[in-house]
Design a protein around this ligand. Structure first.
Ligand code: MG
Length: 389
C-alpha cells in the first residue's frame, strides 16, 4: 500500500487513558496517525471515567480508524447523528477524539489551533481560580486562602461556601456560608471578582432568598443556583436575583445551549468544551452566546489537555471573558502528562504558539504512573467536601 501523504494523517490507533487525579479521574485519548504525527485529546466527565474510556474505544473502532485527521467536522457529524443515545458520555468520548484531531492537524500544518480557528483576538487570557479554598473550614481561614489566591493575580475567585446544603438549608448552615462570603470579600477587597457556584443545590425560593442576602458582597455571578435541566425555572430565578446568572457546564450540545439562551436570563454561558463534544462545537456555542451579547467562560475543572483546548479557544473567541483555572490547586502530576502543560502566570494564561494544542507530546508513562482511583470523587452534599481539593 502506498504511504499516505502527510496531509492525510490517517488515524491508525486511538488509546484511552484514565488518570487518577485525587478528586476526579481524567480521561485522555492518544491518537496516532500513519505519518507518525500523534495528538492528544481529553474526555474527562464527572465521575464516569471508565464509561467514557469504553466509549472512546467504541467510537474509535466504529468511526475513527482509517479516517483522515483533517475530516474533523464529518467525523463528528457521523458520530453525533449515528450515536442515538448521545449525551455526556458519548459527547465527552467524541470530544476526546475531536480535540486530539485538532492537535494533529495543527502539528501537521505547524500552526497552533487558534490560528486555524480565526487567529487570536486576545493577547493574554485573564483567569479565575477555583479549588483554592480547601484548606480550612472557618471563615477566617477561607478568607486567608482567598487573600493568598488573589495575590497571585487572578481576576476573580470562585467558590461554593454551602458545604452539604440541599434544596432548602437551615438558617444556621446559611449563616455560616454568608460569614464565609463576607470573610472572602473582606480579605480580597473590592477589586477582585467573586463568583459563587451553588452546584444546583437550592429550590427556586431558597435560591432567590439566598441571592438577595448575598447582594452586599457584590458577586460577579451566581452559578447554578438551581439545577439547570429545567431552563424555565432557572430563568425564573435569574429574573429575581441581583447578580449575573451563570450556567452551561452541564449542557451537552448547541441544541441544549439554545434552550438556555432563549430564556434571555443567562448572563454568562459556561460551556464545557468536552461535554459539548469538542472544540468546534464549543466555538459554535460561543457564537450563539455572542448573538445574545452574552460572554462565555469555558468550564475547566479537568486535566491539562482540556485546559490547553480552552486556552486555544479563548484566544480566538471575541466574547471570552475569563478562564476558569484549577492549575495551581491541583495534583502535581497534571504537569507531567504532556510536555507543556498550561500554567497561569500572574493569574493569566499566555497563548502558546507551539503547533496544535501547544502541549507537545502526550507522555503515556506518566499517565500509567497514576492509574484509575476508585475513590476519586467530589460528594457535593457532604460536609467539608472541598477538603478533597
Ligand atoms: Mg460549576
Amino acid at each position: 500500500m502506498a504511504k499516505a501523504s502527510l496531509a492525510d494523517c490517517r488515524i491508525t490507533a486511538v488509546t484511552a487513558y484514565v488518570v487518577g487525579m485525587r478528586w476526579r479521574n481524567c480521561v485522555f485519548a492518544h491518537v496516532e496517525t500513519d505519518d507518525g504525527i500523534t495528538g492528544v485529546g481529553e474526555g474527562s466527565l464527572e465521575y464516569q471515567p471508565q464509561a467514557v474510556a469504553a466509549a472512546i474505544d467504541q467510537l474509535a473502532a466504529r468511526y475513527a480508524i482509517g479516517r483522515s485527521a483533517f475530516a474533523i467536522e464529518k467525523l463528528w457529524w457521523d458520530i453525533l447523528r449515528n450515536e442515538f443515545a448521545r449525551g455526556p458520555i458519548i459527547n465527552s468520548a467524541a470530544a476526546a477524539i475531536e480535540i486530539a484531531l485538532w492537535d494533529i492537524v495543527g502539528k501537521a500544518l505547524g500552526r497552533p489551533v487558534h490560528q486555524l480557528l480565526g487567529g487570536r483576538v486576545h493577547d493574554r487570557l485573564p483567569a479565575y481560580a477555583n479549588a483554592w479554598y480547601g484548606a480550612g473550614a472557618a471563615p477566617q481561614e477561607i478568607g486567608e486562602a482567598a487573600r493568598a489566591a488573589a495575590a497571585k493575580g487572578y481576576r476573580g475567585l470562585k467558590f461554593d461556601p454551602f458545604e452539604a446544603a440541599g434544596r432548602d438549608p437551615e438558617p444556621a448552615a446559611l449563616r455560616r456560608a454568608f460569614d464565609v462570603v463576607a470573610a472572602v470579600r473582606d480579605a480580597v477587597g473590592p477589586d477582585v471578582d467573586l463568583m459563587i457556584d451553588a452546584h444546583g443545590r437550592f429550590s427556586p425560593g431558597s435560591a432567590i432568598a439566598i441571592a438577595r442576602e448575598l447582594e452586599p458582597h457584590r458577586l460577579f455571578w451566581l452559578e447554578e443556583p438551581v439545577d439547570p435541566e429545567n431552563a424555565a425555572m432557572l430563568a425564573a430565578v435569574g429574573r429575581s436575583i441581583p447578580m449575573r446568572l451563570a450556567t452551561g457546564e452541564r449542557c451537552a450540545s448547541r441544541h441544549l445551549a439554545a434552550g438556555l439562551l432563549e430564556t434571555h436570563e443567562v448572563d454568562v454561558l459556561q460551556p464545557d468544551i468536552i461535554h459539548v463534544g469538542g472544540i468546534l462545537e464549543a466555538k459554535k456555542i460561543a457564537a450563539m452566546a455572542d448573538a445574545a451579547y452574552t460572554p462565555v467562560s469555558f468550564h475547566n475543572p479537568f486535566g491539562p489537555v482540556a485546559t490547553a483546548a480552552a486556552v486555544q479557544l479563548d484566544a480566538c473567541t471575541t466574547n471570552f471573558i475569563m478562564q476558569e483555572s484549577f492549575c495551581e490547586y491541583d495534583v502535581a502530576h497534571r504537569f507531567d502528562l504532556v510536555e507543556h502543560a498550561p500554567r497561569p502566570v500572574g493569574g493569566h494564561y499566555d497563548i502558546p504558539e507551539r503547533p496544535g494544542l501547544g502541549v507537545g507530546e502526550f507522555l503515556p508513562e506518566a499517565a500509567r504512573a497514576h492509574p484509575f482511583e476508585p475513590d476519586a470523587f467530589l460528594p457535593l452534599f457532604t460536609d467539608r467536601w472541598s477538603a478533597r481539593f
